[in-house]
Write a protein that binds this ligand. Structure first.
Ligand SMILES: *[C@@H]1O[C@H](CO)[C@@H](O)[C@H](O)[C@H]1NC(C)=O
Ligand SMILES: *[C@@H]1O[C@H](CO)[C@@H](O)[C@H](O)[C@H]1NC(C)=O
Ligand SMILES: *[C@@H]1O[C@H](CO)[C@@H](O)[C@H](O)[C@H]1NC(C)=O
Ligand SMILES: *[C@@H]1O[C@H](CO)[C@@H](O)[C@H](O)[C@H]1NC(C)=O
Ligand SMILES: *[C@@H]1O[C@H](CO)[C@@H](O)[C@H](O)[C@H]1NC(C)=O
Length: 723
C-alpha cells in the first residue's frame, strides 16, 4: 500500500470512527445521498467559477467596475467553500464510502480539504483583498519609469527593460516598479502568517506539511532541496558566465544585482540573451529575424503554438480562443478559466521575442490540457480544478515549450531550416540550450527560494528584527543575486500565499519527459515531433486523469516506466553542451592548438531569384558542397576547444546528450588513421589545398549574397512596418 493511500485510510478512519455506532440507514441510501450531494456541490462550484471568471476578466481588461466585482466574488467564494465543506462532512456516514469507491473517495477528499479557502471569513477576505488590490495596482499603474521622458505603463516597462543597456537607468526603472508593490510590513504581519492558520484549518501541524499535502508529495520541500543541489552547479556556472560577460572577470562569483539581469524579480534572465551569445550564434539571429518578419507575437505566436500541438496529436485548440482573448496587454500570459468545457481565455502581449514565443506554447498547451480533461466524463469540476499543485499539470505544457525550439519544430514553423541546422548541429544546440537555460534555471531557483524563505519565516527561524530584510539576505546567499527586500511581492503566488512546489517539480519533470521520448529515437536526426505525435498515449492518459489520481503515481507511466520518480538527470543531460561550453568559458583550456570547428554554412540550393553567380562557379559550388560536408561530418560534432571534453563525449553512453551527438569521433582515432594512410598524404594535402582555395572563394561569394539577402529582408521589413 502506498504511503498516500495509507494516510488516506487513516484520515477516513479518524473521520468516520465516532459515527460508526448508531447509524440506522442502509449503506446504499447513504451512498446515494452522498453522491447526489457531491454532484450538487460541484454544480455550485461551477457557477461560482463562472461568476469569478467573469469578474476576473472584467478586471483584467480594464473595466471600471472590474476590481470591485472581483473582490466581491472572491470574498463570497470563501464563505461558499466553507459551507460546502460542512455539508459534505455532515453527509459522510460510516457506510457512505465503500473501499473500492476510488473516484468518490478522491472527490470527497478534495472537497473536504480545499486549502486556504477554509480560513475564517475575516481572514480569507483579508487575503484576497490584499492580493487582488496588489495585482490590480501593478497591472494598471501608469507611473513607471521607462528611462524615457514620460511615465509609462507596465507593458512599456517590460518592453524597455528588455532593451535598456545602461545599468543606472535599469535600476531606476526597477525602483519605479517597486514603488507600486504592496506594503511589505502589511504582508509580513497580516498576510504571510495566515498560512499557519490555513494549515491548522486543514488539519496540518506545520506549513511545510500543509504544502506537502497540497502538492500531494510527501517531503516535497526536502526532495526539491535534494534535486536543487544537483542542478546548482549548472546554475552557478551560468551565473558566473553572465558576470564574466557583463562585468568582467572581477565580478565572477559575486552577487549580481537583479536589474542587471534585466529582470524584476530575477526569475527570468531571458532578456540578456543578446549579451551572452557564443561566437557562432547564427541560429539566434535567424530565428529572431524570422519571428519579426513573420510577426510571430501575440495571437500569431498562439496560433503557431496551436499548430505544433496539433502536429503532436495532442488536440485542437478551440478557435474561440483567437477571437475572444486579448493580445495587446502584458506578458507573461494570464489564463482565465470558466471551469466549463472549452472556455479558457488568455490575456497576453503582442511583443515578438523568442521568450514570448516559447511562453505562448506553454500557455496554449495549458488550454488544450483543460480541453482534454473535459473530454473525459469522470472529470467533473473537482477533478479538473482541484486546489492542488500538480507537477504533471506544469510539466506537460513545459515539455511542449521545450519542443517549440526543437530543430524540426523550428523548421516546420519556417524559422530555421533543419538542413541548415544539421550543418553545425552542435553549435546550434548550444545556442538553443542557452536560451532555455536563461528561462528555466532562474525560475527553479526562485521557486525554491520563495518556498524555503516563507517556511523559514513562519517557523521563527529568523530573528524578528531581521525579517523585513530577510528576503534579500536569503536571495543573496541562496541565489547569489542582489534583490530588493520586497520584490517577491510582484509575484501572484506570493501575494496569495500559494506554494511554488508544484511548479518546481514540474520544471524538473518536463526534462524527464523530454528525455524519455528522446531516448526512444532511433537516430538523433529523427524527427522528435513526429515521434511524440505517434507515441503520445502516455501524455494523453496523464492529462485525462486530471486530479483523479495523485500526480506522483502518474510519473512512472508518463516516463514510459524508465524512471519511477523525480530525477535531476533529465535536466542536466539536456544541458550537456551548455555545461561544457560554460566550463570552457570560465576556465579556458591552456591548449590553444585546437581550432574552431565551425563550418561556414553553404546554402545548399541557391534561391532562383538571387541567382547572381555565374553557372561555372555554381557547378564548382555543387561539387565542393560534398567535400565540405564530409569534412564537417568528422569535426562538426565537438563544440569545445579542449581535447579533454571531446573524449568525454566519446565515453558517455546513456543519455540524451549522446543521442544528440552524431558520430562522435575521438581526435586520437583520426591521427591513427592518418599515419596508416601516409603514402596517400601528399595527394591528400594537395587535394585539401585546392578544396580550401575553392571554399574561400565560395565563402566570399556567399557573404556577398547574404549581404544582399539581408538588405532585401530589411527592405521587406520596412515595407511591412509602413503597411
Ligand atoms: C511619474 O511618476 C512619479 C512617481 O510616481 C511621479 O512623482 C511623477 O509626478 C510622474 N510624472 C508624470 C509626468 O506623470
Ligand atoms: C490566526 O488565527 C488565530 C485564532 O483564530 C487568530 O487569533 C490570529 O489572529 C490569526 N492569525 C492571523 C494572521 O490573522
Ligand atoms: C486592445 O485591442 C482591443 C481590440 O482587440 C482594443 O479595443 C483595445 O483598445 C486595445 N487596447 C490597447 C491598450 O491597445
Ligand atoms: C470513471 O472512469 C472509470 C475508469 O476510467 C470508469 O470505470 C467509470 O465508469 C467512470 N465513471 C464515470 C462516472 O464516468
Ligand atoms: C547560507 O547558505 C548556507 C548553505 O546554503 C547556510 O549554511 C548558511 O547558514 C547561509 N547563511 C546565511 C547567512 O543565511
Amino acid at each position: 500500500m502506498s504511503p498516500t493511500l495509507t494516510l488516506f485510510c487513516i484520515f477516513f478512519y479518524a473521520l468516520l470512527s465516532p459515527l460508526q455506532c448508531g447509524t440506522s440507514s442502509s449503506a446504499d441510501d447513504d451512498r446515494r445521498w452522498l453522491v447526489s450531494l457531491v454532484d450538487l456541490v460541484e454544480l455550485d462550484y461551477v457557477d461560482h467559477c463562472e461568476q469569478r471568471a467573469n469578474a476576473a476578466w472584467n478586471e483584467l481588461t480594464g473595466n471600471s467596475k472590474g476590481l470591485a466585482s472581483k473582490l466581491e466574488r472572491d470574498k463570497t467564494f470563501g464563505m461558499f467553500v466553507c459551507q460546502q465543506t460542512t455539508d459534505i462532512k455532515s453527509a459522510l456516514t460510516a457506510h457512505a464510502l465503500s473501499a473500492d469507491d476510488h473516484v468518490l473517495r478522491r472527490k470527497v477528499k478534495l472537497l473536504l480539504q480545499p486549502g486556504d479557502t477554509l480560513l475564517d471569513t475575516e481572514q480569507w477576505i483579508r487575503l484576497v483583498t490584499f492580493g487582488d488590490n496588489a495585482q490590480h495596482k501593478i497591472r494598471f499603474a501608469t507611473n513607471y519609469d521607462c528611462g524615457t521622458a514620460t511615465n509609462c505603463t507596465l507593458k512599456e516597462l517590460h518592453y524597455y527593460m528588455a532593451r535598456q543597456q545602461d545599468e543606472e537607468t535599469l535600476h531606476r526603472m526597477k525602483q519605479s516598479w517597486e514603488r507600486n508593490l504592496p506594503d511589505i510590513n502589511d504582508y509580513l504581519e497580516h498576510i504571510l502568517p495566515l498560512l499557519r492558520n490555513a494549515s491548522k484549518k486543514n488539519n496540518y501541524n506545520s506549513v511545510e506539511e500543509y504544502w506537502d499535502a497540497l502538492g500531494e508529495y510527501e517531503g516535497a520541500i526536502l526532495k526539491a532541496r535534494e534535486l536543487w543541489e544537483n542542478v546548482k552547479p549548472l546554475y552557478l556556472k551560468l551565473h558566473k558566465y553572465i558576470a564574466l560577460r557583463l562585468k568582467g572577470s572581477d565580478a565572477v562569483g559575486k552577487p549580481l544585482p537583479v536589474h542587471l539581469l534585466r529582470s524584476l524579480t530575477g526569475d527570468d534572465w531571458s532578456n540578456l540573451i543578446e549579451s551572452l551569445l557564443p561566437k557562432h550564434a547564427g541560429i539566434y539571429q535567424k530565428v529572431h529575424a524570422n519571428l519579426q518578419l513573420k510577426n510571430l507575437g501575440g495571437v500569431e505566436a498562439f496560433k503557431q503554438a496551436a499548430k505544433l500541438i496539433k502536429a503532436l496529436n495532442l488536440g485542437d485548440a478551440d478557435p474561440d480562443i483567437w477571437t475572444e482573448s486579448v493580445f495587446n496587454s502584458t506578458c507573461p500570459p494570464t489564463l482565465v478559466d470558466w471551469c466549463k468545457p472549452n472556455k479558457v481565455r488568455a490575456i497576453t502581449c503582442k511583443d515578438v521575442s523568442i521568450a514570448n514565443y516559447i511562453e505562448a506554447h506553454e500557455a496554449v498547451m495549458k488550454i488544450v490540457y483543460k480541453q482534454t480533461i473535459n473530454l473525459h466524463s469522470n472529470n467533473t469540476y473537482i477533478l479538473r480544478e482541484a486546489s492542488r499543485y500538480s507537477a504533471v499539470y506544469e510539466a506537460i505544457p513545459g515539455f511542449v515549450s521545450l519542443l517549440s525550439v526543437n530543430p524540426h519544430a523550428l523548421s516546420k514553423a519556417g524559422l530555421f531550416p533543419v538542413e541548415t541546422f544539421n550543418y553545425n548541429a552542435n553549435h546550434h544546440r548550444l545556442v538553443l540550450q542557452l536560451i532555455m537555460a536563461l528561462r528555466d534555471l532562474p525560475k527553479l531557483n526562485f521557486y525554491l527560494a520563495a518556498d524555503e524563505w516563507r517556511i523559514k519565516v513562519l517557523m521563527g527561524a529568523i530573528p524578528y528584527a531581521k525579517i523585513p530584510s530577510s528576503w534579500s539576505d536569503f536571495r543573496k546567499n541562496f541565489s547569489n543575486i542582489e534583490t530588493a527586500d520586497s520584490d517577491f511581492l510582484g509575484d501572484p503566488y506570493m501575494m496569495f500565499n500559494k506554494p511554488f512546489i508544484g511548479k518546481f517539480m514540474g520544471l524538473i519533470l518536463k526534462y524527464q519527459i523530454y528525455q524519455s521520448f528522446a531516448e526512444e529515437l532511433i537516430s538523433d536526426d529523427s524527427d522528435l515531433i513526429k515521434h511524440v505525435a505517434e507515441n503520445n498515449e502516455r501524455l494523453i492518459d496523464a492529462m485525462m486523469q486530471g486530479y483523479g489520481t495523485v500526480w506522483p503515481e502518474m510519473v512512472s507511466d508518463l516516463l514510459a516506466k524508465r524512471e519511477y520518480g523525480l530525477e535531476y538527470t533529465g535536466l542536466t543531460d539536456y544541458y550537456k553542451f551548455l555545461d561544457e561550453y560554460l566550463d570552457n568559458q570560465l576556465e579556458p583550456s591552456t591548449d590553444t592548438s585546437t581550432s574552431d570547428d565551425y563550418v561556414e554554412p553553404v546554402e545548399p540550393e541557391p534561391v532562383p531569384e538571387e541567382n547572381e553567380i555565374p553557372s561555372s562557379a555554381e557547378n564548382q559550388e555543387n561539387k565542393n558542397v560534398d567535400k565540405v560536408e564530409t569534412h564537417e561530418d568528422i569535426v562538426d560534432n565537438v563544440i569545445d576547444t579542449g581535447d579533454e571534453s571531446n573524449s568525454k563525449f566519446g565515453v558517455e553512453t546513456s543519455t540524451v546528450g549522446v543521442l544528440e551527438i552524431k558520430n562522435p569521433v575521438a581526435p586520437g582515432d583520426q591521427k591513427e588513421e592518418n599515419t596508416k594512410e601516409a603514402s596517400y598524404s601528399t595527394y591528400w594535402w594537395i587535394g585539401i589545398a585546392v578544396a580550401l582555395a575553392v571554399v574561400v572563394i565560395l565563402i566570399a561569394i556567399i557573404a556577398r549574397k547574404r549581404h544582399s539577402h539581408r538588405k532585401q529582408l530589411e527592405r521587406q521589413r520596412k515595407n511591412n512596418s509602413h503597411a
